[in-house]
Design a protein around this ligand. Structure first.
Ligand code: DGL
Length: 243
């Protein structure tokens, strides 16, 4: 088998990134590590999360990956810099709330960025927000949303509660890779909003990075789960093109 591209997230959310990368690079071998047992990352301390991610990186290095995609905004915002320092020879691609898209294309719209608590309170995100925040852009933390989605619980009432003061939002940045999986309820509550996530930007970046190192034959997808097997869930997210 040719060297794979590895992904990890606190469960199924990062599959929303995997599906975009597969669209652009259909022939690669993919390994997706779903760390559902440690979900949610967003409520963990930085030290705790560093240990969790370090452990996953060690497991993935066994496969000699072309690169590792941290398909999680929270892990990227809180610990990826430190992980990069520990593994200087490995190429990591991080995931960050696509707030620059608002800055570049929706400057005058009323916009909101929804994140986990860990992302919203991280230094890295605060810096990003300061750099790209437009006049009418608000941060909304949703500390329970990733967990509700991971456990297949209904998100409607929770979303209604956290969005109640922003029902006129025109642009919504989904700053957690789990959140696109609640798109049906998000659209019920904000039917006229434009939703943005970071998956397209990541797929472009991965293609550029692997420019001369692509497979020419059809690849495979392997899902590793730290709790219950989520292979079927991950595969159905990849096939679902509703977002
Ligand atoms: N998918 C992760 C993210 O993008 C979920 C975080 C969590 O487990 O709290 O932030």
């Amino acid at each position: 088998m040719q060297n794979p591209i590895c992904f990890f997230d606190s469960g199924i959310g990062g599959a929303t990134i995997l599906r975009e990368v597969i669209k652009v690079l259909p022939n690669e071998n993919y390994i997706y590590y779903a760390d559902s047992i440690n979900n949610p990352y967003g409520n963990k301390s930085k030290d705790e999360l560093f240990k969790i991610v370090d452990n996953i990186v060690n497991k993935l290095l066994v496969y000699n990956p072309k690169l590792i995609i941290c398909a999680c905004n929270t892990a990227t915002s809180m610990v990826l810099n430190d992980i990069r320092k520990k593994y200087p020879d490995i190429t990591f691609v991080g995931t960050e709330p696509a707030i620059k898209v608002v800055h570049d294309y929706y400057k005058n719209e009323k916009s909101i960025v929804i994140t986990t608590r860990g992302t919203g309170e991280s230094e890295r995100f605060k810096e990003l927000f300061k750099t790209y925040k437009t006049i009418d852009c608000k941060l909304i933390e949703a500390p329970d949303l990733a967990e509700l989605i991971e456990n297949n619980n209904d998100t409607y009432d929770y979303l209604k509660k956290i969005l109640k003061n922003n029902l006129d939002a025109e642009v919504v940045v989904l700053g957690c890779t789990h959140f696109p999986l609640a798109i049906k309820n998000l659209k019920r509550i904000l039917p006229n909003a434009t939703f943005i996530d970071g998956s397209k930007g990541i797929s472009k970046r991965v293609k550029v990075l692997l420019n001369n190192n692509l497979n020419d034959k059809k690849g495979s997808i392997k899902v590793i789960s730290s709790k219950n097997d989520v292979t079927d869930k991950v595969l159905s997210i990849i096939k679902d093109l509703t977002f």
